[in-house]
Design a protein around this ligand. Structure first.
Ligand SMILES: *Cc1c(COP(=O)(O)O)cnc(C)c1O
Ligand SMILES: [Zn+2]
Length: 386
């Protein structure tokens, strides 16, 4: 079995996977994991690791840390078809993963890698779903996890899982960008911590499996999803490149990355064909995509170009209206996830997607992840229902 390598997508420099690296020595870009001689052969394992030969072929079975993540369901609903105007739309529910979001798919691979490399500590900056997954998988592996949080703008609600799973919480002065900078400083000064932020290329490998699963069951014209730090955008493009180069698929579905209007630097970057992304001050109700300076923008552009993809933005109002429909359909999701469906409705209304197209939208997180936004409702008296 040939070992995987780390490769710079910009200058092509290569690095041994046993030399832990997140960015290129030569040009500073985030690295890719490449598997020479990759084969599309499935293992007997379940979920993400069914695709072991495409995500981490050389890892020893005993080093894998898994909670049987992946293998999530696709739902069809006449209510969602009516809402979007698309007859053939299905929703893939990533909220069904062990900690309630797709982040588990990346984390099982990254924490397995931490385990393979015999790390005793993991580190990430996050106040949301990344920290929940990092804390859970690290604890499950018997590895200590550290989560850096900015002192400002942190709700206990979002941090609850990380604390409950026993992560050590480190307070950082300033905002999320300061926390992210601290994390990078720590790993550049100390070899004791394994970094689990989106700079980690192994997370992308795990997240590719969302697309492998979809393509086994459907042949969509469009695949939509909310886009924040652009890890999924990057992973989905890479997965489709894998399947195309291995001859598993002929037709490539168009990726549809949806940003919130108040946090849409990638939308601007693609629309303006810009050289670099211009960071913005992010504001949106969809906290999981409230990101003003996404790290993965170059890999994400590659994904949009390869799939003739679309980047669209939707307002908070459109996101919340779409969430009500998904929730009332009995499916349910966290606010950011609803952007995936809101974007499809907008593109259908604008004539870019046709009512007869086959669409898969990815619901990235569980309805219980954010309970702060409750739609208005009326309490009934017992006498009123008789
Ligand atoms: C992380 C996250 C996103 C954003 O995904 P990116 O890969 O960062 O673009 C969207 N929705 C939920 C629920 C998330 O946890
Ligand atoms: Zn480089």
């Amino acid at each position: 079995m040939v070992n995987s390598i780390l490769k710079c997508p910009v200058c092509g420099n290569e690095y041994d996977i046993n030399r832990v690296k997140y960015t290129c020595d030569n040009c500073g870009n985030i690295l890719d994991v490449i598997h020479p001689d990759m084969e599309y052969s499935l293992t007997k394992m379940k979920g993400v690791w069914k695709y072991k030969n495409m995500i981490h072929p050389a890892i020893n079975q005993n080093d894998i840390i898994t909670k049987m993540e992946g293998d999530t369901n696709l739902y069809r609903s006449s209510r969602i078809s009516e809402f979007t105007g698309i007859k053939n739309i299905s929703l893939k529910h990533e909220g069904e993963n062990p900690t309630g979001s797709f982040k588990d798919r990346g984390m099982t691979v990254a924490v397995s890698e931490a385990n393979r490399l015999k790390y005793k500590k993991t580190l990430c900056a996050s106040t949301g779903n990344t920290s929940a997954a990092a804390a859970s998988y690290s604890a499950f592996a018997g590895i200590e996890s550290y989560v850096m949080i900015p002192e400002k703008n942190v709700s206990a609600n979002k941090l609850f899982q990380a604390i409950a799973y026993g992560a050590k919480i480190v307070n950082i002065e300033g905002d999320f960008d300061n926390a992210m900078k601290s994390v990078k400083d720590v790993v550049s000064h100390s070899n004791n911590f394994y970094l689990l932020n989106s700079l980690n290329p192994w997370r992308i490998e795990g997240q590719k499996t969302i697309i492998y699963e979809i393509m086994e069951k459907e042949s969509p014209d469009f695949i939509s999803f909310p886009a924040g730090n652009l890890g999924n955008t990057s992973a989905f493009g890479k997965a489709l490149m894998d399947l195309k180069s291995l001859g598993i698929i002929n037709k490539i579905p168009r990726l549809v990355a949806i940003q919130a209007e108040g946090a849409s630097p990638f939308y601007n970057y693609i629309k303006n064909k810009a050289e670099n992304i211009i960071p913005v001050h992010a504001e949106t109700v969809a906290s999981a995509i409230k990101i003003g300076n996404p790290v993965n923008f170059k890999k994400a552009r590659r994904a949009i170009e390869f799939t003739d993809g679309i980047v669209e933005k939707v307002s908070d109002d459109e996101i919340l209206k779409s969430k009500v429909e998904i929730d009332r359909a009995g499916i349910g999701c966290e606010p950011a996830s609803a952007a995936a469906v809101a974007g499809i409705k907008k593109l259908k209304d604008n004539g870019i997607i046709d009512k007869s197209d086959n669409v898969v939208s990815i619901l990235t997180g569980n309805i219980l992840k954010d309970v702060s936004i409750i739609p208005p409702y009326k309490e009934l008296k017992l006498s009123e229902i008789l």
